[in-house]
Design a binder for this molecule. Structure first.
Ligand code: NAD
Length: 651
């Protein structure tokens, strides 16, 4: 079976691409398209060409198996030049996703029609690249420049509605796509073929000053990632110079970026995210069907988990301690869903039906039909035992019971349950309905069905599920505790909180460790430290600065004072009082302070992450270094374009 098939119906030719699963622009597809156009060109009975795809999607990207191989002719830019130069008008008929090279092919066509559910985008920057087959040159000749810049430098696809509104497509298909494309063909069949996009003027053109602002804005947003800025510059060159020069420049930059460290790092994390949940022991294990989800506790995490469950299409029941807490939990879920409504992610009807799928109760008996329950009550073993005792009593024997605990021993929780083989950990990140990461914790007794059910649940929630073993803090919190300790050592040895934070931000973290602690509030970890104080090894170095802050009622951003002082707009300002406290502590301990530059600060942090990561691997807590990178990038702000701490420090 060929991947490109040419058929004709009267005076219309159909080029059908059939290269499952995503109709990638593999060599056979590229060659097939060129061959089809050679044939079409010689057939005078053909008046219009429709390029359409079989299967679930239009062309949704490049063939990953060709990555790293020498390019094989015909390369995509030449294929697109060939198709756009055809004397007959070509219509791209789009369903599913038109992404990357797929959208570039569609831009080479003279018309575009898409199903209403289609998504169109140029996501190359997500892999550290820019479009390499004319995207930066053709798109701003079809849609307003600011839309082209947003699509190319942001990498996010747009909906068919948006595409229609900005002129990226000519029509939305109502009814079957093939028929709609054929109807559309009839409307243009007698018109002269439109000019190729690369011969058209840009839709609009910013002036020099505007360009400087645009490129500076893209750079700020990219926080150290180079591809978005290079993409914006390529768009500018494609507009300001002639298109031939623009295309040559774009291709050169594409090839250069393909070999860059950032692109290698981004590709590493892209593939790691897609393989990290594949546990060999789950091969062939069938998950239990899930319809109803129970959530114990409607606080910060419980309400977020309930929201995520509703958005994924499950019925959700929150169990709380009293009616007041039930009302509060429901109100929080409603607030989250209102956010989705406001951002246009759900319609009013969907909002209403999602809220109707939520129940709250104080009676555990209402979980009798739940298929999976996530516990998110206070972080206290006695409370957890009490809750899991009730779940053991009231839930179906095969309902999967999960704890969202951050630090407690889930093996101990499981040991007190009936059917402990269905007890696991599902460690969500806050806000749980937004954060993509989910650590799936395998207890010693967990069976394959429970784990398979947990992963199926995670998939439905749209989460990146990372399997991990039971230990204090699992993968992410454990690594964070380790590097936090070393940051605190640096404070006593000579660094100041804002210097460490500045180094982290410059490296690419969205915020530094101390600003983050201020944001979360300092009192929770203070309470934990006080609780654990009697068990602390007296020989281990202990930094008490965080305790001193709390003793001075400096609990972080919410009361205006923490590691920083906050102005009336909530902006963090380095506080001389904190600097003095830090310096006095070094004096008290007899430590001679020394300077730390940003490079050394980052190297201390990376070494701490690496060495804890190695321990986690040696103990079998993480399946491999990729799992650690996925956790740190998706849950702890590690810059994605650096690939994760294990990737960066690989020997
Ligand atoms: P929270 O204090 O906001 O919410 C806890 C809720 O549990 C409260 O609404 C409380 O009324 C309810 N509750 C307590 N005992 C109960 C019982 N016996 N039955 C029913 N409801 C009960 O706490 P949170 O931040 O949502 O944390 C919950 C759990 O999630 C903890 O184990 C925590 O370690 C973990 N966690 C928290 C975060 C975070 O960022 N907050 C992140 C990951 C995991």
């Amino acid at each position: 079976m060929s991947t490109v098939n040419l058929t004709t119906e009267n005076d219309i030719a159909f080029i059908t691409i059939d290269n499952p699963p995503i109709n990638a622009t593999s060599h056979s597809v590229r060659q097939g398209i060129v061959d089809a156009f050679d044939e079409i060109e010689g057939d005078s009975s053909i008046k219009v060409v429709i390029l359409i795809c079989a299967g679930k999607t239009f062309i949704a990207g490049a063939d990953v198996s060709e990555f790293g191989q020498p390019p094989m002719a015909p390369i995509l830019p030449d294929v697109i030049k060939r198709l756009e130069a055809t004397t007959k008008p070509v219509i791209a008929a789009i369903h599913g996703h038109a992404l990357g090279g797929g959208l570039e092919i569609a831009l080479g066509c003279h018309y575009r029609i898409a199903e209403s559910g289609a998504k169109l985008g140029l996501p190359e920057v997500n892999l550290g690249l820019i479009p390499g087959a004319g995207g930066t040159v053709r798109l701003p000749r079809l849609v307003p420049v600011h839309d082209a810049i947003a699509m190319i430098t942001g990498g996010k696809p747009v909906s068919a509605d948006k595409a229609n509104a900005i002129g990226l497509i000519d029509a939305i298909a109502h009814g079957p796509l093939r028929d709609a494309a054929q109807d559309f063909a009839r409307t243009i069949i007698n018109r002269p073929r439109p000019l190729e996009l690369r011969r058209c003027p840009p839709v609009d053109a910013p002036d020099d000053h505007q360009w400087d602002e645009i490129i500076a804005g893209v750079g700020k947003k990219a926080r150290g990632q180079i591809a978005p800025v290079i993409a914006a510059q390529a768009i500018r060159i494609g507009i300001e110079q002639d298109t031939a020069a623009g295309l040559v420049h774009e291709r050169e930059k594409f090839v250069e970026l393909r070999d860059s460290d950032q692109s290698k790092a981004l590709r590493h994390i892209f593939f790691a995210e897609r393989s990290v949940a594949k546990l060999p022991e789950l091969d062939g294990a069938a998950p239990n069907p899930i319809n109803e989800v129970g959530v114990i506790g409607g606080g910060i995490m419980g309400a977020g988990i309930a929201t995520a469950s509703l958005l994924a299409g499950f019925k959700a029941t929150i169990i709380e301690r009293n009616e007041e807490a039930c009302t509060h939990g429901r109100a929080t879920v409603k607030k989250h869903l209102s956010g989705s409504l406001k951002r246009g992610l759900i319609t009013q009807d969907r909002f209403n039906s999602l809220l109707a799928s939520l129940s709250t109760s104080t009676d555990y008996a209402d979980l009798g039909t739940a298929d999976l329950v996530v516990e998110a009550v206070f972080e206290d073993m006695t409370v957890k035992h009490d809750v899991f005792g009730k779940l053991s009593k009231h839930c179906k024997p095969d309902a999967v019971l999960a704890s969202n605990t951050s630090y407690l021993d889930i093996n101990e929780i499981a040991a007190n349950c009936t059917h402990p083989q269905r007890v696991i950990g599902l460690h969500f990140f806050s806000p749980a309905h937004i954060m993509k990461l989910l650590e799936v914790v395998r207890t010693d007794q967990a069976n394959a069905t429970s784990l398979a059910t947990a992963f199926a649940f995670a998939r439905k929630l749209g989460k990146i599920a990372v399997p991990c073993g039971v230990c204090d803090g699992f993968i992410g919190n454990r690594i964070m505790s380790a590097y936090r300790k070393h940051c605190e050592y640096m404070l006593e040895d000579g660094a100041l909180p804002h210097q460490i934070d500045a180094a982290m931000v410059e490296f690419g973290f969205p915020m530094g460790l101390f600003a983050m602690q201020d944001m979360a509030g300092l009192e929770i970890s203070w309470a934990t430290r006080k609780r654990l104080a009697p068990f602390r090894d007296p020989a281990e170095r202990y930094v008490a600065l965080g305790d001193y802050l709390c003793e001075m009622d400096r609990f972080g951003k919410k009361n205006g004072l923490g590691w920083y002082r906050y102005d009336e707009n909530g902006k963090a300002l380095p506080d001389p009082d904190v600097d003095a406290l830090v310096i006095a502590e070094s004096d008290k301990k007899g430590i001679t302070r020394r300077d730390f530059d940003a490079k050394e600060i980052i190297s201390v942090i990376l070494d701490a992450m690496r060495s804890e990561g190695d321990k986690i691997l040696a103990e079998g807590i993480a399946m491999g270094p990729d799992a650690i990178d996925v956790v740190m990038v998706n849950g702890y702000g590690f810059p994605r374009h650096k690939g994760g701490p294990m990737f960066m420090t690989q020997k």
